[in-house]
Design a protein around this ligand. Structure first.
Ligand code: CFM
Length: 539
């Protein structure tokens, strides 16, 4: 059944009126006949509602900083925050120098009651000494958890003193969990810190190869960035730094030499993309390496940016060869998937990115949304000037960046920039909503009550989200694909990733497991009525 405003209203009527007023602003039914459809996003979740969101600490340490492999990431706080963010996000990393890959470690000051009462700065300083003795990393980050902000430990001072003592970069992040409404605040804090303390610290003045690029907002979940890099390197690109999947301090410090920054996840890293443009004159290109067509479009847009005929030709050769290889396999899986429907609800980018891949398999996305993205991720960056900054957003100061006196260089002329902007998403992102079909549902910060309600109404064939709602949904008889962790599978990016995804989704549909589960609505009658005695009710 399709959902219209009346059905949506009935769903929302189950809430207390104040909650209804709030949630109504976070849900839209796509209607392209309307001049614009505004959605509320990046605002506080109502207490009591079961949300899938995380906290600012998770966004800073867990998402953006954590994947840097040659860095020790100290979690300053009670042990729980470190333990429960340890190893759960599948940001893979490998290193030529095994002594500089700390990705599997969990390092925490394990604050006890006495540290909370008397302060934890000394313990933190001792921990840094210990880290230097044991690991000898290329850099150290310190991420604050909630109690640290409450007791007022001066992380910046501890980091500064330790940096002078040990002679390596030691960066402190005041990313206490409560600093924002979700992990999104933590992304911003991490972006600011990396921009201030890492990017540009290297001494390279020139890139070491042709077509130098950075890949921003790619975290190598399940090996995604390895597949993306495989394709890009074959075409002839020089990947300077990946931010931050399988990334390192050593690469990141020279990221300023790139001629183009690719942005995969706009939400988590658009701040750095913008700041690099201001500081070094390097534009960014919105890419999407999830799905065959999206990958092809991204590769063609990149080639167009550099404008070199040899690069364009090589791009087409690689595309043709990869297509010939993967299309027949995808065709087989498509036979199983064709005509089905999906929910696609992920954190801040994937709710959009996976829709194209689903469509290639013949699966229509009937509901999509983000946990913590901002209005620009839904409606496109044109709305940024009109986004109202609330107290939560103002918590995270924008870093004031100016052109680097020595290194700023416009990578392309303003005229060419304008010309290219008409053809490719250069320093722009049009958001998710524009690509969704009329009648589909867009939900911000989908909660568990609404998940169940929308499932009852739309009965999707597959639900894609994360660990927090996966099993509830599977108990309703609907296969669930985690699009955060990929359920221990992957990569899902690029050409090989599309094949892996198609295989996993087809497997989910064909598993005999679902025959053993009776969805709740299968026990309920489809129609309800009463049988009148002695004739029909009209008599
Ligand atoms: Fe970006 Fe991400 Fe995402 Fe994200 Fe995340 Fe993630 Fe995500 Mo989970 S950085 S916004 S904070 S693409 S961890 S790799 S899957 S919610 S949609």
């Amino acid at each position: 059944m399709a959902i219209n405003q009346k059905v949506l209203e009935e769903l929302l009527n189950q809430y207390p009126s104040k909650v209804k007023r709030n949630r109504k602003k976070h849900i839209i039914i796509k209607d392209s006949a309307l001049a614009r459809q505004e959605i509320e996003a990046n605002t506080r979740t109502i207490p009591g509602i079961i949300t899938n969101r995380g906290c600012a600490f998770a966004g800073c340490k867990g998402v953006v900083l954590g994947p840097l492999k040659d860095v020790i990431h100290i979690v300053h706080g009670p042990i729980g925050c470190a333990f429960y963010t340890w190893g759960a996000r599948r940001n893979k990393a490998k290193s030529e120098d095994p002594t500089k890959n700390f990705i599997n470690y969990c390092v925490s000051t394990d604050m006890q009651e006495s540290d909370i009462v008397f302060g934890g700065e000394k313990k933190l300083a001792r921990m840094i000494d210990e880290v230097m003795e044991i690991f000898k990393p290329n850099a150290i980050t310190i991420s604050a958890t909630c109690p640290v902000g409450l007791i007022g430990d001066d992380l910046q001072a501890v980091a500064k003193a330790a940096q002078e003592k040990h002679g390596i970069p030691i960066l402190a992040f005041n990313c206490e969990g409560y600093k924002g409404v979700s992990q999104s605040a933590g992304h911003h804090i991490a972006n600011n810190g990396l921009m201030e303390g890492v990017i540009g610290q290297g001494d390279w003045e020139e890139a070491p190869g042709k077509y130098p690029i950075n890949i921003l907002g790619e975290y190598n979940i399940g090996g995604d960035s390895w597949e993306v890099e495989r394709i890009l390197k074959e075409i002839g690109y020089t990947v300077i730094a990946v931010m931050t999947g399988d990334g390192s301090y050593e690469e990141l410090k020279n990221a300023h030499v790139a001629e183009l920054n690719l942005v995969q996840c706009h939400r988590s890293i658009n701040y750095i993309a913008d700041m690099l443009e201001t500081k070094y004159g390097t534009p960014w290109l919105k890419v999407n390496f999830i799905g065959v067509q999206a990958t092809i479009d991204s590769l063609r847009n990149m080639a167009l940016y550099f404008g070199d005929p040899a690069l364009i030709q090589k791009t087409e050769e690689v595309i043709a060869r990869e297509l010939a290889r993967v299309e027949p396999i995808l065709g087989q899986y498509k036979k199983i998937c064709q005509g089905k429907t999906a929910f696609c609800f992920v954190g801040g980018s994937r709710g959009h990115h996976y829709q194209g891949l689903y469509a290639e398999l013949g699966i229509e996305t009937v509901l999509a949304g983000y946990e913590f993205a901002h209005r620009d991720d839904y409606e496109g960056r044109d709305v940024i000037p009109e986004i109202k900054l609330d107290a939560d957003t103002k918590n995270i100061p924008d870093l004031h960046v100016t052109p680097d006196e020595r290194r700023f260089r416009l990578k392309i002329s303003p005229e060419r920039m304008e010309e290219l902007k008409k053809k490719i998403p250069l320093s722009n992102y049009k958001g998710m909503n524009i690509e969704m079909k009329d009648g589909s549902i867009i939900v911000d910060d989908l909660n568990h009550f609404e998940t169940e309600e929308f499932i009852r109404l739309l009965k999707p064939d597959i639900f894609s989200s994360g660990i927090k709602d996966k099993y509830v949904v599977q108990k309703m008889g609907i296969p669930s694909k985690q699009l955060h962790s990929y359920d221990y599978s992957g990569p899902y990016a690029g050409f090989n990733g599309a094949v892996n995804f198609a295989r996993d989704i087809a497997m989910a549909f064909t598993s005999p497991t679902w025959n053993f589960i009776t969805p709740p609505w299968k026990n309920e009658p489809l129609l309800e009525g009463t049988i009148a005695e002695g004739g029909c009710s009209e008599c």
